[in-house]
Design a binder for this molecule. Sequence first.
Ligand code: PLP
Length: 377
Amino acid sequence: MKKVYLDHAATTFVKPEVLEEMLPYFSQFYGNASSVYDLGRTSKKAIESAREKIAEIFGAQPKEIFFTGSGTEADNWAIKGLALANQDKGKHIITSSIEHHAVLHSCQFLERNGFEVTYLPVNNGGLVSVEDLEKSIRKDTILISIMFANNEIGTIQPIAKLAQIAKKNNIIFHTDSVQAVANLKINVEELGIDAMSFSSHKFYGPKGVGGLYLKNGIQIENLLHGGSQEREMRSGTENVAGIVGMTKALELAMQNFESRQEKMTSLRDQAISEISKITKTAKLNGHREKRLPGNVNFSFQEIEGDSLLMNLDMKGIAASSGSACSSLSIEPSHVLLAIGLDKKSAKGSLRITFGDENTQEDLDYLIVTLREIFKNL
Ligand code: PLP
């Protein structure tokens, strides 16, 4: 059976060039980066070279890049660590209602521990309003965390404007860029970002490795205490192969940035146009233009998302009905509810996210299959 993977927002495969770069760090250069002998120094050098390369891609300084074990860890560290380290200035945090659970549940943890959180609404395209943000700032606001691009509907927020407001009010600005990194060009300095989370497995790197950009001088509390790695801020023996792989994957993404964007945007736009024609109830979720290049998200009235996914799966197509992390729960997606969908529409949603290896043929197969599924309903 033909197999078509259309769930790149959930995860991606590891590119062969990335794997090749990683392999020596498993059995040949396996030294602990904290060890003083040659084997240890080799690992240390690989990590520091990776830090320099990632910093350059983000327009940051190497000392502002910290490696973590996932995007989830980076988000938890940013939200909890920044809140704890700055609580003498206040205990109010602002975020959006459509954040990933790594941010939302970290905020809820803080609420249970004496902090107050404002969850900004979004409009029906999924955009946060700059005016709403300004209005919700208080004297005791210490942190604003708004995601760069949404994992379900692909909406891209006006990050520069939001960061500017944070700066004007002397508030730290964090952005969860797990879906944006490698799909959009990001310069933290130009955009005014103070902290930014990213995750390797979303851009053809290995799973279980990510990072946090943290602007020099910003105070953060450590979450992981131990052997004082990452300049005493994030303990744990470094995942050298993972860090090397993530860096190679990011470099590859940036080398082919324009052509990747062009191809993905073309597949996305054709998919949006063709799916709209399949059934009258098809409704595009998320912003039409301010949208990640590979993201397509539709709601349908005549079928539940889960049944649609099963039908697609039987034809060898892997897609998603929401974020992968909540696909086991039967609750409708908080993101779709936040953009104004009723529960039925939210449960009848389909997310398709294209990636580098997808072809026109994959798209055509998807459309033919969807037409068939809807015809047989
Ligand atoms: N933030 C967003 C926007 C995501 O899409 C994800 C993963 O789905 C995460 C955070 C968590 O990243 P990780 O899977 O590396 O823990």
